[in-house]
Design a protein around this ligand. Structure first.
Ligand code: IPM
Ligand code: MG
Length: 347
């Protein structure tokens, strides 16, 4: 099994180093690693955020462990050269259309949640975010209006095949959990969302045991803080999923805690924390590596066929938290490597 390590920018390299220590400690047979540059780091080294050799490694690998991309120094570049294009390019080129973002409160972190502890305690959901379509990948550009004003535009669209394949992932995920699926859209305003709702409703006929509901995204944002316990599985489009998963992460304690898996139809995956490159704390050893370590656990489960090892890593993270391990985002002062040490000790 070949694992591609793509550390990227900002805190990416720091957190991926801790995930690597944890993976090494598991002593898995037949796993090899190969590293490549991605994002702003790759742009600086070779003039492109997703160089051909990095894309080639990602294609050859059985799984990809991805840190983060984003570098304020690159914000003035043309869009196709910006660090973010690396992750968007990997998702698209490898057809990683299904993004699984679990949000669950570790009981030890109840006091860190932005919500009251008794409300935060209810949080245990999976956000299934579509990753290959929507306004992210539609035609976009800058133009002039008839009266000479600058105008930016981004076309939002989904076709029914794109909606159907992510709907199936949503229903299957719900069947493997508590059987409740909430599809989130903005069908009261957007045609894209009306089609989304129609196709999800049609697909439901194949999953009679799943209880399907529909919710507008503005209401969902409100319900996530009012009564997050009502959600089991949420399925939604690329843009709404991006926003709602950041919100869910803070409800569950910290954005430094949420892992994700981005899967293709065969189950090949890219694994990354949902947080970004955090340039403000990069290089200072302050980043919380737990979302990255939990992403490695998802990789063990979904791509490497090691569910028991995944359980061990997740238990070690819980153990480290129970033992008082806290980085700055969790109200403590432990460094990135001290957090890694705590997980290794618990392992
Ligand atoms: C995420 C990030 C990315 C996204 C950025 C870095 C392009 O916010 O994975 O949630 O918008 O998808
Ligand atoms: Mg995001």
């Amino acid at each position: 099994m070949l694992i591609a390590l793509l550390p990227g920018d900002g805190i990416g390299p720091e957190v991926i180093a801790q995930a690597r220590r944890v993976l090494d400690a598991l002593g898995l047979d037949g796993v090899t690693y190969q590293e490549a540059a991605v994002g702003g780091a790759a742009y600086k080294a070779s003039g492109h955020p997703l160089p051909p050799e990095t894309l080639d490694l990602a294609r050859r690998a059985d799984a990809i462990l991805f840190g983060a991309v984003g570098d304020p120094a690159c914000d003035m570049l043309e869009r196709h050269l910006r660090p973010e294009q690396a992750i968007l390019g990997l998702r698209k080129e490898l057809a990683l259309f299904a993004n699984l973002r679990p949000a669950k409160l570790f009981p030890e972190l109840a006091s860190e949640s932005a919500l009251r502890p008794e409300i935060a305690a209810q949080i245990d959901m999976m956000i299934v975010r579509e990753l290959n379509g929507d306004v992210y990948f539609g035609e976009k550009g800058m133009r002039k209006t008839a009266d000479g004003k600058r105008e930016g535009y981004d076309i939002m669209s989904y076709n029914e095949d794109e909606v159907r394949r992510i709907a199936h992932v949503g229903f299957k995920t719900a069947m493997a959990r508590n059987g409740r699926l909430c599809s989130v859209d903005k069908a009261n305003v957007l045609e894209t969302s009306q089609l989304w709702r129609d196709v999800v409703t049609e697909t439901a006929a194949e999953y009679p045991s799943v209880q399907l509901s529909h919710m507008y995204v503005d209401n969902c944002a409100m319900q996530l803080v009012r009564a997050p316990g009502q959600f089991d599985v949420i399925v939604t489009g690329n843009l709404f999923g991006d926003i709602l998963s950041d919100q869910a992460s803070m409800c569950a304690g910290s954005i430094g805690m949420l892992p994700s898996a981005s899967l293709d139809k065969a189950g090949k995956g890219l694994y990354e924390p949902i947080h970004g490159s955090a340039p403000d704390i990069a290089g200072q050893g302050k980043a919380n590596p737990l979302a990255m370590i939990l992403s490695a656990a998802m990789m063990l489960r979904y791509s490497l066929g090691h569910p028991a090892a995944a359980d061990r890593v997740e238990a070690a993270v819980a153990g480290a938290l129970a033992g008082g391990a806290r980085s700055g985002d969790l109200g403590g002062s432990m460094s990135t490597s001290e957090m890694g040490n705590a997980v290794l000790a618990a392992l």
